[in-house]
Design a protein around this ligand. Structure first.
Ligand code: AR6
Length: 168
């Protein structure tokens, strides 16, 4: 499995699956969530609404999969990161769970390449260095089969890119 570090808008990077840093409502928002819904078009929101109708909101640490609409991908995997609240409220475990749940879903499907944004490090204010350590550890300890070939950590801001460069 190859791990790449990219600095890009995740909506422009071709991959079988693009991970979205969503919120529990799955109804869209700002940041990477806004970019994914804008570029992917209305079919993503329609699929999210159907999921919420069926099973309710998505809990922090969990993930769901939808079409990728017009994005250069087959699927979007929406995960809900923890809102940073000082670090004593299970934030680290929930963030790790986001990466694991996305990878669990990816390995259940025919997904060979997946791109992750830096979940929770924007609006949700998770400290970037700690979030990167958790993301990398979660990926390194995941029991990959032989299907997933490429994993992209897609950084959008300079600070995250510098942190990932140092850590990987
Ligand atoms: N491509 C890649 N990364 C991006 C992009 C992009 N186009 N845009 C922003 N980022 P955030 P969160 C990076 O705030 O902290 C939304 O409103 C950004 O630099 O998108 O998990 C949701 O609806 C940052 O490092 O997500 C939720 O309400 C990272 O993506 C809430 O924000 C995550 O920042 C989720 O907050």
């Amino acid at each position: 499995m190859q791990i790449n570090l990219l600095k890009a808008d995740i909506t422009t990077v071709p991959a079988d699956a693009i991970v979205n840093a969503a919120n529990s409502s799955l109804m869209g928002g700002g940041g990477v969530d806004g970019a994914i819904h804008r570029s992917g078009g209305p079919s993503i929101l329609e699929a999210c609404k159907e999921i919420v109708r069926r099973q309710g909101p998505c809990a922090p640490g969990d993930a769901v999969i939808t079409t990728a609409g017009d994005l250069p991908a087959n699927y979007v995997i929406h995960t809900v990161g923890p809102i940073w609240n000082g670090g004593g409220h299970g934030e680290a475990e929930l963030l790790e769970s986001c990466y694991r749940c996305c990878l669990d879903i990816a390995t259940e499907r025919d997904i060979r390449s997946i791109s992750f944004p830096n979940i929770s490090t924007g609006v949700y204010r998770f400290p970037k260095r700690e979030a990167a350590e958790i993301a990398i550890a979660a990926v390194r300890s995941f029991p990959f089969g032989d299907r997933l070939e490429t994993l992209n950590f897609v950084c959008f801001d300079d600070e995250n890119q510098a942190i990932y460069e140092k850590l990987i």
